[in-house]
Design a protein around this ligand. Structure first.
Ligand code: BLA
Length: 327
């Protein structure tokens, strides 16, 4: 069997902006998500000459964890079609690393939201990489066709192998059951995977990140501004609903709370990571997700009301949803 071409990805060891090499107590091999951020920034600048720092940079830069063992580095930008491009990179001396990188379009564009969420600990990596759909891709075909039809081969490159021949292997296989509600925010090309760290896997992940990011930039370059006010309102509300979900239920929150305490964690989530949750709309979490309401009117702390499901990838190789439908 020929080795898969992606298994010999060339190493790109450029050091990004303000990053020093990994801490001295870094794990067996040194690897850093910071190069992902640098790639994305360089590539965005090639696509849009108008990328400028966001005013959020004044309040969200570098933070030290309360125990002094981890550092959080945040950066944020905007551009004519980009409401917010922001990145949170966390590095802890025991080898834990986190990247939360997202790009949110302006409401005049119905572009997907670029989403890269990577959590690495000594034992495991938890990865979500996707162009999260702004609108429904399960029941409506128009939006799905508009953005994902041409991207299905890209999804298959990393997630599938069933129909390929000799060099077939699943590079980033489906990560198993997940919070059922999350799936509605994912696209047919989502990469949801878990793996133990290795050079190979991290190289493949970098390759997937660069491919997905270039695909997103190309959609952005082609996107034309919506002028119909009611469509812009729909886009804005869809983005607000997405931000509301993530600001309330993101699995990263508990890690942030442990690192920087509850007050800072809430600020980072609501004012930085999911900035817009207080600005783009007035609806509350329970307006969007009423099934989370407790008898006393508070929000259920559980991440999922439905439970976990989707043991296997619930899209076929044409991007048709084949999972059980759920409410
Ligand atoms: C786990 N993170 C997960 C899981 C998903 C995501 C799907 C698997 C657990 C689950 O079923 O929910 C990611 N979920 C997402 C994303 C969306 C979503 C991106 O709904 C978007 C709509 N993860 C981070 C950050 C940290 C992090 C920044 O993105 C830490 C600061 C940690 N994620 C983290 C941890 C777990 C996890 C520790 C395992 C714990 C758990 O399963 O709850």
């Amino acid at each position: 069997i020929k080795p898969h071409p992606l298994l010999s990805v060339t190493k790109n060891e450029r050091r990004p902006c303000s990053t020093k090499a990994a801490a001295s107590s870094a794990p067996a091999f040194s690897f850093s998500y910071q190069k992902f951020v640098q790639f994305a920034l360089d590539e965005t600048k090639l696509s849009t000459s108008d990328l400028i720092p966001s005013y959020l940079q004044n309040d969200f830069g570098t933070l030290k964890a309360v125990d002094g063992k981890a550092e959080l580095k945040m950066c944020s930008y905007q551009a004519p079609k980009i409401r917010l491009l922001r990145s949170l990179f966390i590095e802890q001396s025991d080898g834990m690393q986190v990247l939360d990188f997202a790009v949110f379009p302006e409401a005049e564009f119905d572009l997907p939201i670029f989403c890269a969420n990577f959590f690495t600990s000594v034992n495991t990596n938890i990865v979500v990489l996707d162009l999260n759909p702004l609108h429904d891709v399960m029941n409506e075909t128009r939006y799905k066709q508009k953005y994902y039809r041409s991207l299905i081969p890209l999804g298959l490159k990393y997630a599938e192998c069933a129909n390929l021949t000799t060099d077939c292997m699943q590079l980033l296989p489906w990560g198993g059951k997940l919070t059922s509600e999350s799936l509605k925010f994912f696209s047919p090309i989502v990469i949801w995977t878990r793996f133990s760290s290795s050079h190979e896997k991290h190289d493949i992940l970098f390759s997937a990140f660069t491919d997905y990011y270039k695909a997103w930039l190309s959609l952005m370059n082609q996107a034309t501004e919506e002028t119909d006010a009611s469509q812009i309102t729909l886009n804005r509300e869809a983005q607000h609903r997405y931000l509301t979900w993530r600001a309330q239920k993101d699995p990263g929150y508990h890690v942030l709370k442990r690192l920087i305490g509850e007050t800072h964690a809430k600020d980072v989530v609501k004012k930085f990571l999911f900035h817009g949750v207080n600005e783009l709309g007035n609806k509350t979490f329970l307006d969007y997700f009423p099934e989370y309401e407790c008898e006393d009117g508070s929000i259920n702390e559980k991440r999922s009301m439905v439970g976990k499901s989707f043991e296997n990838r619930p899209w076929d190789d044409r991007g048709v949803f084949i999972g059980d439908t759920f409410t």
